[in-house]
Design a protein around this ligand. Sequence first.
Ligand SMILES: NC(=O)c1ccc[n+]([C@@H]2O[C@H](COP(=O)([O-])OP(=O)(O)OC[C@H]3O[C@@H](n4cnc5c(N)ncnc54)[C@H](OP(=O)(O)O)[C@@H]3O)[C@@H](O)[C@H]2O)c1
Length: 233
Amino acid sequence: MNLNNQLAVVTGVSKGIGLEVVKLLVEKGTTVAGWGRTAPDFTHERFHFFRCDVADESSVEIAFQATVKKLGEDIRILINNAGFGVAGPTESFSSDDWKAMFDTNVHGIFYTTKRLIPAMKKADEGHILNVASIAGLNGVNQFAGYVGTKHAVRGISHSLYMELRDFGIKVSTIYPGSVRTNFFDEIPSVEANENMMRPEDVALTMVQTLETHPNYFVADVECRPLRPKGKKS
Ligand SMILES: NC(=O)c1ccc[n+]([C@@H]2O[C@H](COP(=O)([O-])OP(=O)(O)OC[C@H]3O[C@@H](n4cnc5c(N)ncnc54)[C@H](OP(=O)(O)O)[C@@H]3O)[C@@H](O)[C@H]2O)c1
């Protein structure tokens, strides 16, 4: 898709991967509606922030209506990026944290996607890009709930691409390894560090996935730091 003059929705834009994707898209000439709980410290004539908690369907509906009113309904790109993880042993894990992860990481994708499919079908063109994780491919010790959400993202994405491909809509999934973002602020056992990937590199891969020929579809992208423990001395 040629990204110039397209209209995109990106969720979770205050920082991290989502904010880097926004910066790249506006440079490409895309108008971006950023749906998030917190506004980023970033302004651009093609960037518009709409307050939205993706875990709350009524909040998603309000952001959707406000976006259509301000920017029009021809939204052909949706990047489901908003997400978070909580770690810990299952026997003492908070049920509220467990449900909150599923509400944001899984149900949030449903709430946004169902609203944007009709415009993409009408245009006979669209791209939905879901941010999973390598936690969507493997088990991770102490992360049963988060891993469960990201495995769900994988299954949802694969089923959606089968459902939507005949309408010209691509559904891609990216599975990053560790990325140096605020994601780890809530995870005491892991600290973001220099050996993790940079969010701008993950964002670049995401944008390249969008910029493909209409009949070329990248289903899954797995990316990892080359040297997760640094250079051997
Ligand atoms: N960092 C990693 O190692 C890594 C690896 C693989 C996958 N991922 C995935 O990448 C995505 C982005 O994470 P990140 O690393 O960029 O983390 P981050 O820096 O913590 O950013 C997360 C973003 O999601 C937003 N968000 C969280 N819950 C939300 C909700 N209910 N509604 C709307 N926005 C919400 C946050 O907004 P607030 O500022 O309001 O909290 C923030 O903008 C997530 O889906 C994460 O699971 C991260």
